[in-house]
Structures are given as C-alpha cells and as structure tokens.
Ligand binder design. Structure first.
Ligand code: NAD
Length: 363
C-alpha cells in the first residue's frame, strides 16, 4: 500500500472542494501521502508561473494528480502562457493525457434537477470516453490565411491508427467492467478520419466478444442522448465529437457540481513496469470550473471533487474497493436528503463541509 498524490487545488472553489476530496480520500486510505501546491491564479499572484517548478516536480514523483480547477476573471485577457489555465495545458501536454473519462450519473432524488423529464434520467449511469490529444484541435496546418484576397482559415483533422487503438481499447475495457455495451461515435459517411476510426474499432472488437458494439453517427448520437439516455453504457469518440457530446451528457444531470472526470495518460518517469492495467497515471478533476460567483462562500457542491478522488483510486491505484465505497457513500448522502444549494430545489441546503461530513459518516 502507500502512494503519493499531487494535490493541485487551484482557484475559486477549487481549494474548497479539493479539501473535501482529500478528507474523504484520507478517511478511506490514510496511507496515501498528499503533497499540495498552489497553481493557477494562486501561483501567478505570487509572481510564479501557473505551474511552478516544485508543483511539476511533485507530479513527476506522484502516482496521480488530484486537480481542483483554474481560472480567474482578472487573467481572461492575457495570452495563454500567462493565464491560470496554462497549468492544465502543461500537464495535459507533458503527460499525454489522451483518455478523458466522464462518468455521468443521476443520483436517486436528483432527477428533477435535470432539464429532461425525470423518467428519462432516473437511474442514468453512462460514461463518455473522449480522445483528448489528437484530431482537429491539434492537426497541422492550422492557420488563418489570405487566399487570393479572400479571408480564409484551415483546421486539420488527422488521426493515426495507434491513437485510435489506445482510446478504443480504453472504451472496450470500461464497457467490459460495466454493462458490456460500447457505442462508438463517428461521422463515417463524410469523414476519412471517421472511416479509419470505424475500421480500427471493427479490428479490435473481436478481442472483446463479451461487449456489444454499436456504431452511431455523431448527429444521431447527439439526438439519442436526449431521447433515450438510459440506453447508453459507454460512449467512445474522437476529440471534437467528445467535447460536444460530453457536455451534452453532463447537462442531463442538472448540476455541473456532481460530475467528476479522469484524464489518463502516460508518464515516462513512471516506467513501463508500473504502467500496468489498473495503475495508469492520470489527472482527476471536477468537470466544472472555478465558479467565481460562489467562491469563498462555503456552498460549492463537493460531489464532483469527491467522485474524482474515487476515480483516482480506481484507475491510478487499482483500488476498486475503496472507490466503490466512496461512490456508495455519496449515493447514500443524496438518498438521505443531503443537498448543497445547486441541487436543493426548495429544500434547506447544506454547506460544502456539511455535505463532506455526511459522506465521511456514510463510508
Ligand atoms: P464554472 O463551471 O466555473 O461555473 C458555471 C456555473 O456552474 C456557475 O454558476 C457556478 O457557480 C456553477 N458551479 C460550478 N461548479 C459548481 C459546484 N461545484 N457547485 C455548485 N455550483 C457550481 O464555469 P465558468 O463560469 O464558465 O468559468 C469560470 C472560470 O473557470 C473561468 O476562468 C474558466 O476558464 C474556468 N474553468 C476551468 C476549468 C478547469 O480548470 N478544468 C474548467 C472550466 C472552466
């Protein structure tokens, strides 16, 4: 046992909800060493880079990163390298965090927080797996042009088979551990990258005969997600489609404060021996931002951060038992009527700390 986690709370509500996540993590695994650093706007204000060297060094010797969120309005007009968000950019780049995993769950009693009818989202439990380091966001050429006096611009969508293979395997592996249903989303009727994507998926599928595979075109997938969300188990897709679909899936729950994420990647210094299944290096964070409108009030929903810690245990520390224990404690806190302000809907809201204590009491 024993592991080291780099804790990077960041800005706004980041420190408040990360504190909750660390408290829950330590309640189940007191052997984990958490090493905390100021990053983002908190570091910039002290004249340091958004990801200071000592924070980066801690990530280098950690098993995983527990991240809060970064971003402050005062830096919005600065170039990327001088903004708090640069910390996240550097971590995604340096650790090639290619697999973004977003579980979307609607807890019992929170169905009316969704903008869909409660009967459509009751018991909803799906995962979106998004390729995070390739595709149109990174392909070259990528530029603004002047073509014979006409203003124009180009982005390039490019995928190589190995990039597709690794993310598709992540999707199949996840589906295998759940309801064994994988939906691969592409646009193969139009895009060459999608034709390659589908070919690679078909090539890998025989290795997972226990998983039912379905292909959907992205426009249809966007529709089905709001028509029959309960039919999905694991969705795997490329970067831009995943960006859009994962946000669409997220709003099914009604509050951004309940949704965790994992971004899995590689860390050269970790060594091949430790990068085995169930112990992949990763960064874990709520999908929401720094919520400047509620920061410092003690009312933020810590669920996303707490569930991010559960994902950290599951994927980077191969500790399914404690991950499931945390998830079940959160579920029971909701079942017992604990609600922070974002999901209170008329009932008396509890504070960030009270919700955290309620989860710890149910572990
Ligand atoms: P946001 O997610 O911070 O806030 C959107 C709305 O959701 C706000 O009303 C906020 O109060 C609410 N909200 C978010 N998390 C909540 C929680 N845990 N509990 C209760 N309510 C919650 O998005 P935004 O306002 O567009 O962005 C604010 C800042 O966060 C910006 O600087 C942006 O760049 C940054 N941001 C960072 C990340 C990240 O670090 N990964 C992600 C998104 C946005």
């Amino acid at each position: 046992m024993g592991a080291t986690v780099a804790v990077l709370p960041g800005d706004g509500i980041g420190p408040e909800v990360t504190r909750s996540a660390v408290a829950v993590l330590h309640a189940v695994r007191p052997d984990i060493t958490c090493v905390e650093h100021e990053i983002g706007g908190a570091a910039l204000r002290r004249g340091l880079p958004a990801l200071p060297d000592d924070a980066h060094a801690t990530c280098e010797r950690s098993d995983a990163i527990l991240f809060g969120s970064v971003g402050l309005p005062e830096y919005d007009s600065k170039p990327l390298a001088e903004r708090p968000e640069y910390a996240l950019f550097v971590l995604r780049r340096d650790y090639e965090l290619y697999a973004n995993i977003r579980p979307v769950r609607v807890f019992a009693g929170l169905e009316d927080a969704s903008s869909l009818k409660p009967e459509l989202v009751r018991g909803l439990d799906l995962v979106v797996v998004r390729e995070l380091t390739g595709g149109i966001y990174y392909g070259k050429p990528k530029e603004q042009r002047n073509d014979d006096g006409v203003e124009s611009a180009v982005d390039t969508m490019i995928y190589r088979a190995p990039e597709i293979e690794r993310i598709v395997r992540t999707g199949f592996e996840l589906a295998r551990g759940r309801r064994k249903h994988l939906t691969s989303v592409d646009k193969q009727n139009i895009l060459e990258t999608s034709r390659l994507w589908r070919r690679v998926v078909e090539r890998i599928a025989p290795e997972y005969p226990d998983v039912r595979l379905e292909h959907l075109l992205v426009d249809n997938a966007a529709m089905q997600l709001v028509r029959r969300p309960g039919d999905f188990d694991v969705i795997v897709t490329e970067n831009m489609f995943g960006d859009i679909l994962s946000d669409e899936a997220a709003i099914l729950t009604g509050s951004i404060g309940t949704l965790p994420s994992a971004s899995l990647g590689t860390r050269p210094s970790l060594g091949a021996a430790r990068a085995t299944a169930g112990r992949q290096f990763g960064l874990y964070e709520p999908i929401g931002g720094t919520a400047p409108d509620i920061a410092g009030k003690g009312i933020a929903n810590p669920t996303a951060a707490i569930l991010s810690a559960a994902l950290l245990l599951r994927y980077s520390l191969d500790d399914e038992a404690h991950a499931a224990r945390i998830e079940s404690a959160v579920e029971r806190a909701y079942a017992d009527g604990m609600r922070t302000a974002d999901v209170a809907r008329g009932s008396a809201p509890v504070s960030t700390n009270a919700f955290t204590e309620a989860v710890i009491a149910r572990l």
